[in-house]
Ligand binder design. Sequence first.
Ligand code: ASP
Length: 360
Amino acid sequence: MIKRCALDVAVRAGALGAVLALLPGMPAFASDGASGELATTHAPLLVLHGGAGVERGDLTADEEIAVRKALEAALRAGHAQLTAGKPALDAVTAAITVMEDAPQFNAGRGAVFTHDGRNEMDTSLMDGTSGKAGAASGLHRVKNPILLARAIMDKSVHVMMSGDGAEAFAQAQGIELVDPSYFRIEKRWQQLQKALKNEAQAQASNTPLVLPGKAYFGTVGALALDVKGNLAGGTSTGGMTNKRYGRIGDAPIIGAGTWADARCAVSGTGWGEFYIRIAAAHEICARVRLAGESLANAAEGVINQDIPKAGGNGGAIALGADGSVAFPFNTGGMYRGWIGTDGVPHVAIYKGDAMAMPGE
Ligand code: ASP
């Protein structure tokens, strides 16, 4: 006999793009038949972002079509894992791998350039059930950094590796390495040239150096809830255009750019220095866990209040074990989307874009 507990409540917190919804039919309880006990199955859900650095007018019509297709492909790849009964971690790595391969996003193939004209990538991954994590920073040759994060988590005794050591481990694990020229995308190169010019002008006119703004964000991230009710989250990035001195952002830092625990998972995108100082991803989930806040309130409070108050900006995605989701951001847009049991991808780009929410 199947007993279903349907939550048909959809709650919204619309301010600055934050939205919460509770997914109908979650959790669903099904008899396992053998023991007569109730085995819990959950409606799988995957949410993702492709960075908070986009504004209306930034994309040509063709670019917008391409980015929407890439987001949908990433959602479908993650969803396929979940419907096959695979763990949330597999869905997260599958979705992020697709976005890393797409030149539209600042991760993997489309990574931005450093001050020295290189591509230097950061990534992290966390399993909400076991609390295990893997992270890597300063990568130049790893085609899919998120797969290295997964290998560090699964196959090493460490949590975080950097630079040459991380790439040596990747090689030892049979993870694909590519020539650094693989990451050279002309649009990204031009973004660096523009940033260098702005920097030189600021220096020449003796005005304070303007730190990177929203136009530099493009990190990707994914969060998944699997049929067992387990959460996982991951983030992958090229960092920020014109970064230097081996700068590391929030994306590879567990608790800053990525977090997952038993009831909450978060991936961020934005001005990483502020996400690190606030431990943004962990802070959102701590507010849920310790202060009993709703996921939407916690995400809204950290991303749209704490981060701007500190001087930063950006966005995040958050996913609760109850199927609640939030997409707060305070920039002109954030590539974002979700996919639920019916396998229909939902995506949005700009602030104010309509997107159906889980449960509608
Ligand atoms: N958070 C990233 C960083 O600071 C940038 C981004 O979100 O695009 O490296």
